[in-house]
Design a protein around this ligand. Sequence first.
Ligand SMILES: Nc1ncnc2c1ncn2[C@@H]1O[C@H](COP(=O)(O)OP(=O)(O)OP(=O)(O)O)[C@@H](O)[C@H]1O
Ligand SMILES: [Mg+2]
Length: 249
Amino acid sequence: MFLRFIDVRKTFAAGAVAVDRVSFDVPRGQFCVVLGSSGAGKSTLLRLVNGMVEPTEGTVEFDGLTVQRKSLRRVQPRIGMVHQQFNLVPRLSVLNNVLAGALPTISNTRALLGLFPEPLRRRACHLLAEVGLGEEHLYRRAANLSGGQQQRVAIARAFILEPRLVLADEPVASLDPEISRVILKLLQDESRQHHATVLCSLHQVELAVEFADRIVGMSQGRVVFDGPPAEFDENARRALYGSESGPGE
Ligand SMILES: Nc1ncnc2c1ncn2[C@@H]1O[C@H](COP(=O)(O)OP(=O)(O)OP(=O)(O)O)[C@@H](O)[C@H]1O
Ligand SMILES: [Mg+2]
């Protein structure tokens, strides 16, 4: 299996159980959305995959590897990341922000001099074009872009090393609803185009239903729903968000 959580538990020092005996598999190519209210454990679940969080119990397997300290050098380059706050380097150009996603693969000297191999530059430009940022945007400073444009750059950056998996932690939480749909569509298109699997956390049920192949619903660290969007009904909503019908905080 491409990505597998096996009885994974994560407790933090303060005693909070962030992820509680979670087991599920994500097959290659799936757009899997993790839904849940604030504190449900979505970010922790994603961070367990790239090794930013170590499980207290259980195992995460990814692409033939067990995720653990000694495998991170092989795990991390296969994973692209998209964050809520875009995490671009504001003073760098759009193009260099995308190239920065490839820094782990080039020498320090080349990196310091900004000497990226030509095929990598071509790939960066190509990815930027795919997310709707043409040549006129390449040398703009990231700081001068709108939120939606910044997230387009972050998506291009996430795909620069041909990742097998993209982890997107609330990629649209800082964007207005209209732009959110555009950005999720781009993430979906790019993942299909480049045969990447996506594990994406969201707050909004409507967006999950629209874009997910599969929804994993979490509440208090546990998986309380797992199925296709068509099966995400009122009961599922209640299991995730309690008696309120909306995803309140
Ligand atoms: N580094 C940490 N140290 C201590 N507790 C943590 C840490 N990270 C997360 N937690 C706790 O684990 C639980 C799950 O947090 P997590 O950030 O995974 O939730 P989330 O679903 O991503 O929430 P949000 O929607 O607000 O981003 C929460 O109770 C949180 O306080
Ligand atoms: Mg979170």
